[in-house]
Ligand binder design. Structure first.
Ligand SMILES: Nc1ncnc2c1ncn2[C@@H]1O[C@H](COP(=O)(O)OP(=O)(O)OP(=O)(O)O)[C@@H](O)[C@H]1O
Ligand SMILES: [Mg+2]
Length: 250
């Protein structure tokens, strides 16, 4: 196992608010981490440190052994936020291709192939306003992945989508990552989503924000949504829910 992202005693305060306190976490290469915890516990703040959008008060963070800013500047990070960030005057395909123009990477994935994989074959020539919210977010994720970054950071990417679309998105993501493995951190409020996708679920506790528990998820891949009908899946969701409630009650 090769460590890919390492947080060492990461602390971040905003004035009196201790957003992160002594966060130690090693994410292995190709590993999928889901970050879960009550609102305001520091999930976005943690992700923003990995993206070098926030400077730590103290502690260290490295991505592939390097400073996160260097990694971001070399286009090795894929970023997806809750709302799709598409250019309205460009088609789905053009929006995805735009990432390649910006990054200029030599070994991209195929934009067409990625849109096919996300079930958007018939919508490559459509403009964002002609797409549903779920479709827009699929284009958004394709745009974040097309330059094939080794690291993928996602902050509630499916948060604005309905339950059914979310389930499909989880399947699509799982499939795409099986073919193109990446070290991924997903911030989510959905325990189902975390169990569907993650190798490990990191539960954060609030005030101060710190790691409470880490839960392993060992289900084989690919994980199809039918897995949700199995009792082992329900047991894992229950285990995480109980831990989360305990954190909220503390
Ligand atoms: N730029 C900032 N200035 C001041 N305080 C901030 C800033 N960013 C975050 N905080 C505070 O840090 C704490 C953690 O915020 P963060 O956005 O990381 O939470 P979160 O876990 O992502 O919450 P949510 O689930 O609601 O998105 C909160 O108390 C928030 O008010
Ligand atoms: Mg957040």
């Amino acid at each position: 196992m090769t460590p890919a992202i390492e947080l060492h005693k990461l602390c971040k305060s905003f004035g009196d608010v201790e957003a992160l306190q002594n966060v130690d976490l090693t994410v292995q290469e190709g590993e999928f981490i889901a970050l879960i915890g009550p609102s305001g516990c520091g999930k976005t703040t943690l992700l923003r440190h990995v993206l070098s959008l926030e400077e730590a008060t103290s502690g260290e963070i490295t991505v592939g052994g390097e400073h996160p800013e260097k990694v971001r500047r070399s286009n090795k990070l894929g970023i997806v936020f809750q709302r799709a960030a598409l250019v309205p005057s460009r088609t789905s395909l053009e929006n995805v291709q735009m990432t390649l123009d910006i990054t200029g990477v030599k070994t991209p994935l195929s934009p067409e192939g990625l849109l096919d994989q996300f079930d958007l074959s018939e919508f490559k020539g459509h403009y964002p306003h002609q797409l549903s919210g779920g479709m827009q977010q699929r284009v958004n994720i394709a745009a974040a992945m097309v330059h094939n970054p080794p690291y993928l950071m996602m902050d509630e990417p499916f948060g604005a989508l309905d339950e059914m679309t979310r389930e499909f998105m989880c399947e699509f993501m799982g499939e795409v990552l099986l073919e193109n493995p990446k070290t991924t951190i997903l911030v989510t409020h959905s325990i189902d989503e975390a169990v569907m996708l993650a190798d490990r679920i990191v539960i954060l506790a609030p005030r101060p924000g710190r790691i409470s528990t880490i839960v392993n998820v060992d289900f084989p891949r690919p994980r199809r949504r039918e897995i949700k009908t199995q009792s082992a899946f329900a047991d894992k969701v229950l285990e995480v829910r109980k831990l989360l409630y305990a954190v909220e009650a503390a």
